[in-house]
Design a protein around this ligand. Structure first.
Ligand SMILES: NC(=O)c1ccc[n+]([C@@H]2O[C@H](COP(=O)([O-])OP(=O)(O)OC[C@H]3O[C@@H](n4cnc5c(N)ncnc54)[C@H](OP(=O)(O)O)[C@@H]3O)[C@@H](O)[C@H]2O)c1
Length: 158
């Protein structure tokens, strides 16, 4: 499928699954905002990889657990590429926590990124995404496993 002319934001694209998604979108022709939180060097390396095969990408720092930084991620992408067609909400953490051992700090860390970050990125997409655009939210197949006493931290919406 050709994504020529489309612009994608991939949250947490400096490494792991997000990195591969960003590269694949660029291979299909999309211009990609490679979001990262702290791994500047790794995000730059993803951009270089994309540019080496003739694609276009920009590394954009934003902690997506903070609403102001989600807004900045969208405005920087719009400034750089002029539109947004695809949002991939990939940034997320999932520690294997037993319910009884979850502290307030662990709870907040997961919810501010997996739930709040995803929610407000969707909100920004509702404001800015072009007609016919796409939002993909990551979850985990572990949610189907119904493991007793284990917390499932992934947020998913349709
Ligand atoms: N790997 C699996 O087996 C698996 C299974 C099921 C679901 N998932 C889900 O798939 C997604 C990707 O998983 P992964 O294993 O590829 O992750 P990963 O290797 O740990 O990479 C996480 C990415 O998210 C970024 N990130 C972390 N906190 C952030 C924040 N506050 N704001 C912006 N970016 C942030 C990181 O950026 P920095 O490098 O700058 O820190 C990094 O690029 C997650 O939602 C995860 O829960 C993964």
């Amino acid at each position: 499928m050709s994504l020529n002319g489309k612009v994608a934001i991939v949250t947490g694209a400096s490494r792991g699954i997000g990195r591969q998604v960003a590269i694949q979108l660029a291979r299909s022709g999309a211009k990609v905002a490679v979001n990262y939180s702290s791994s500047r060097g790794k995000a730059d390396e993803v951009v270089m990889t994309i540019e080496q095969f003739g694609g276009q990408a920009a590394a954009i720092q934003a902690d997506v657990s903070k609403v102001s930084e989600v807004e900045a991620l969208f405005s920087e992408t719009l400034e750089r590429f002029g539109r947004v067609d695809i949002l991939i909400n990939n940034a997320g953490i999932m520690e294997n926590n037993v319910i009884a051992d979850v502290s307030e700090e662990i709870f907040d860390r997961h919810f501010t990124l997996n739930v709040k970050g995803t929610y407000f990125a969707c909100q920004q997409a509702m404001k800015h995404i072009a007609q016919g655009g796409t939002i993909i939210n990551f979850s985990t197949s572990v949610s189907g496993a119904m493991l007793p006493t284990i917390v499932l931290w992934e947020f998913s919406c349709r």
